[in-house]
Design a protein around this ligand. Structure first.
Ligand code: PEP
Ligand code: MN
Length: 337
């Protein structure tokens, strides 16, 4: 349920409403919008007499939050969430450009790519140190050594770091090196992992599951937010369909749909979304035109010899040209890079 307080309700009365809702066994979350407090009361709403709540001091109205996701819904928080990461506010006017290799492979590779993408205008360096690979015989990542390299390469070029956390036991370690904890598509419905990152103070980026509906994806965000971490970013990375020409089918419809349903920032990853290098730039341009808050792009200085996802990785020069085009599109939309 959503409990709307009257404008100018004294803090003591607002606190009292929240305490009484908690005593009824509900979890309460507050956001302020247009000078009034909005309280989401989640849990077993049937235990409460809502007509009576509407008579409590300070309460204006109560409304049902109809969607299964509550804290992630725009009905609860009407204004866009801006997740502050380094000098970039993800979800604000400035587009977030995240770029880097699929996997961190070594010092020279990470530093060369970090330098290139920073020069082109990226603000976040991506790179996997723990890799979810389909084959157990494929490169699994450099682990903590990879995280150290990624952090040093990012710091050398004023970039923030996003990297994937694959299981609950890695969360504290990832949080030491990364600015954003990435939940991979394969783990989107790993609820113990979502709960664990929900206790972290680091922003979390949730990639859409391979066969997940938008509602399931938003409910994954809800799992994180219900634990207290409201700094959630969503990343559309393509879904599995009957189409085999591309690696995945990049669902750009999800961008305006999620923007209506939720206040959370939405990033698009056209690298995994297409799997094909020369399809990355057109879909990146389309993603920004569709209203995405940023991009995550795989870039490699030597993609032919990349240890993972070389075929979908841009050359630094291609990435540079793409960012220039994104700047032009951003301007039309009243946004910046
Ligand atoms: C990645 O970003 O390298 C990755 C493994 O992505 P996804 O989880 O979307 O497949
Ligand atoms: Mn990859």
């Amino acid at each position: 349920m959503l409990v709307l307080l009257k404008p100018g309700t004294p803090e003591a009365a607002a606190a009292d409403v929240m305490t009484r809702l908690r005593m009824a066994g509900l979890a309460v979350h507050r956001t302020d919008h247009d000078g009034r407090a909005r309280i989401a009361a989640v849990g077993d709403a049937s235990a409460v007499d809502w007509a009576e709540v509407a008579t409590w001091p300070g309460v204006d109205t109560t409304q049902k939050l109809a969607r299964p996701f509550k804290l992630a819904s725009r009905a609860f928080r009407p204004h866009d969430t801006v997740v502050q990461v380094g000098r970039c506010g993800i979800g604000g006017r400035q587009l977030a450009i995240m770029a880097g290799p699929c996997s961190v492979e070594g010092e020279a590779q990470a530093f060369a790519i970090a330098e290139a993408v920073a020069k082109s205008g990226a603000t976040v360096l991506r790179g996997g140190a723990y890799k979810p690979r389909t084959s157990p015989y494929a490169f699994q990542g450099l682990g903590e050594e990879g995280l150290k390299i990624l952090r040093r390469a990012a710091d050398a070029h004023g970039l923030a770091v996003v990297s994937e956390v694959m299981d609950t036991q890695q969360v504290a370690l990832l949080a030491r090196y990364a600015d954003i904890l990435q939940i991979g598509a394969r783990n989107m419905q790993n609820y113990s992992l979502l709960r664990e990152v929900g206790h972290s103070t680091k922003p979390v980026m949730i990639k859409r599951g391979l066969s997940s509906t938008i509602e399931e994806w938003l409910l994954s965000a809800e799992h994180v937010m219900a634990q207290g971490n409201q700094q959630v970013i969503l990343c559309e990375r393509g879904i599995r369909t009957f189409e085999t020409y591309t690696r995945n089918t990049l669902d750009l419809t999800a961008v305006p749909v999620v923007k209506e349903l939720s206040h959370l920032p939405v990033i698009v990853d056209p690298s995994h979304g297409t799997g094909i290098r020369d399809k990355v730039a057109p879909m990146a341009r389309a993603a920004i035109a569709a209203g995405a808050d940023g991009l995550m792009i795989e870039v490699h200085n030597d993609p032919d010899h990349a240890l993972s996802d070389g075929a979908q990785s841009l050359y630094p020069q291609q990435f540079d040209e793409l960012v220039a085009q994104i700047r032009t599109i951003a301007e039309v939309l009243g946004r910046t890079v």
